[in-house]
Ligand binder design. Structure first.
Ligand code: IYR
Length: 219
């Protein structure tokens, strides 16, 4: 029963301050879009470090922090990832995805070509860690998908906040990432996030977000 607790401190805002900050943050985040056209412009990898540290502040089941973020900057490894991803994606687009799915993707203009995997200066590959191997055997983690999903959301938010663009890319299946990046068997690829500045001529689909009343219910 010897577990230590420490005092929690958080600045108390007035309602007006909260409303203003809430609106300002919404306006910032409402400008985020999934970007598929990146500038090749490089930047210091240290820009990514705080974003990853911020992702690491995420809540997680029993505080197990079941995540690993691998940043790929090597052009050779990016190329290897592109080749492997396009192989799977070609198979998916041409054989595995039903017509209804392809129809849903049509407004986004995606296909199996994944040039952004090489043009983006960095790829962040998010891994989930379902269990730990210890001398005492396997230790299972809890609510891993929820935990890693929240951490990834915070990562995307942190990257947008510093003016970088991202794509949440889901090549499927993506076990090839574990192999190419030499990760241990307990780390499973969760999401592949190209990061960089958007290309000057980048376009995004003209799609709309749901309105407040479509996503918020108060009872
Ligand atoms: N993984 C594929 C297909 C794809 C699926 C969904 I759901 C999207 O929102 C976008 C794409 C791809 O990355 O192209």
């Amino acid at each position: 029963m010897d577990h230590k607790f420490i005092k929690y401190e958080q600045k108390r805002l007035t309602e007006v301050e909260s409303l203003n900050k809430g609106k300002e943050f919404y306006e910032l985040m409402n400008k985020r879009r999934s970007i598929r056209f990146f500038s090749e412009e490089k930047f210091d990898i240290k820009l990514l470090e705080y974003a990853v540290k911020t992702a690491g502040t995420s809540p997680s089941g029993a505080n197990k922090q079941p995540w690993r973020f691998v940043v790929v900057e090597s052009p050779e490894i990016k190329k290897e990832i592109r080749i492997a991803a396009e192989k799977e994606e070609k198979e998916s687009y041409e054989k595995r995805m039903p017509q209804s799915w392809l129809n849903d993707l049509a407004p986004l203009g995606t296909d199996w070509h994944k040039e952004f995997l090489e043009t983006a200066p960095y790829l962040i590959v998010v891994f989930k860690i379902d269990f730990l191997q210890t001398d005492a055997g396997l230790k299972k983690h809890y609510y891993v998908n929820e935990s890693v999903g929240i951490a990834t959301g915070i990562l995307l938010t942190a990257l947008h906040n510093i003016g970088l663009s991202t794509l949440t890319h889901t090549p499927s299946p993506m076990n090839f990432l574990q192999k190419i990046l030499n990760r241990p068997a307990n780390e499973k690829p969760y999401l592949l996030i190209p990061v960089g500045y958007h290309a000057v001529d980048a376009v995004v689909p003209d799609i709309k977000r749901k309105k407040s009343e479509e996503i918020l219910t108060v009872v």
